[in-house]
Design a protein around this ligand. Structure first.
Ligand code: ADP
Ligand code: ADP
Length: 224
């Protein structure tokens, strides 16, 4: 039982005549309210795992179960719809829309979701305050520091109150001090909202602050 369950997940890439086996029967359970660190060397398959768990990529075998519903093998349209509701994703680089303000970037997924401008803007402001950058609401991404940009990206990822937050090196582009502050804000938000989070990081200090740590080896997920 878990919010996010991976069952025998297989993922292979064809590289010319060679088959790269990235996930080979990966098993994982993310429970409600849990923060789990994913720590593994570059090339081990962290992004592949997060993209598959986040329904961006379809597993070649096995399945991804979200809140009891088998979702991994559904078609692209269905996976996209579920992803928009249930999954928040944060990348190493913020991917914010450059021509929009911080506030508007956080409003966007909510407007797509059908909320009114007032509702979306109220919640976006609340999230910006929570991330301690309320004063930056009207700034565009290029007018924000790297740490501020990631705070906005994190707020945007949780704007639709997803079930699960997946993050791929969310502080990987920041200096250690900034990374620690951004992680403080991320952690507070996750704890406050009772979200479950799986966070890939190379930062061992941050990994130690999570509830438990897993790695990827030979296409399988193991605790360490
Ligand atoms: P990590 O995030 O741990 O660095 P990735 O999941 O990005 O690892 O990649 C794992 C391996 O799979 C790498 O060797 C990468 O080059 C390869 N890979 C990832 N995506 C693809 C793809 N779409 N096609 C072919 N190879 C891929
Ligand atoms: P990230 O920083 O998000 O991990 P990556 O560089 O690992 O980004 O991958 C970016 C995109 O390129 C992903 O969709 C991944 O699947 C794809 N990709 C990664 N490695 C390869 C590869 N060797 N061949 C083809 N696509 C790849």
């Amino acid at each position: 039982e878990g919010v996010l369950v991976l069952k025998g997940v297989e993922r292979r890439y064809q590289q010319g005549s060679k088959t790269l086996v990235i996930l080979n029967g990966a098993e994982f359970v993310l429970r409600a309210g849990e923060m789990v660190a994913l720590v593994a060397p570059s090339g081990a398959g962290k992004s592949t795992l997060l993209h598959t768990a986040g329904l961006l990529e379809r597993p070649d075998g096995g399945d991804v179960i979200l809140n009891g519903r088998a979702c991994g093998r559904l078609g692209d349209d269905e996976r996209t719809a579920i992803r928009r509701n249930d999954i928040g994703f944060v990348y190493q680089f913020h991917h914010l829309l450059p021509e929009f303000s911080a506030l508007e970037n956080i409003m966007m997924p909510q407007l797509v979701h059908g909320l009114s401008v007032k509702e979306a803007s109220d919640r976006a402001m609340q999230l910006l305050d929570y991330m301690k950058i309320g004063k930056r609401a009207q700034h565009r991404p290029s007018e924000l520091s790297g740490g501020e940009q990631q705070r906005v990206a994190i707020a945007r990822a949780v704007a639709n109150a997803p079930l699960v937050l997946l993050a791929d090196e969310p502080t990987g582009n920041l200096d250690p001090v900034t990374a620690s502050y951004v992680f403080d804000a991320l952690e507070a938000l996750v704890r406050h909202s009772g979200l479950a989070a799986l966070i890939a990081t190379h930062n061992h200090d941050l990994a130690q602050r999570m509830d438990r740590r897993v790695t990827l080896a030979d296409g399988k997920i193991t605790s360490f």
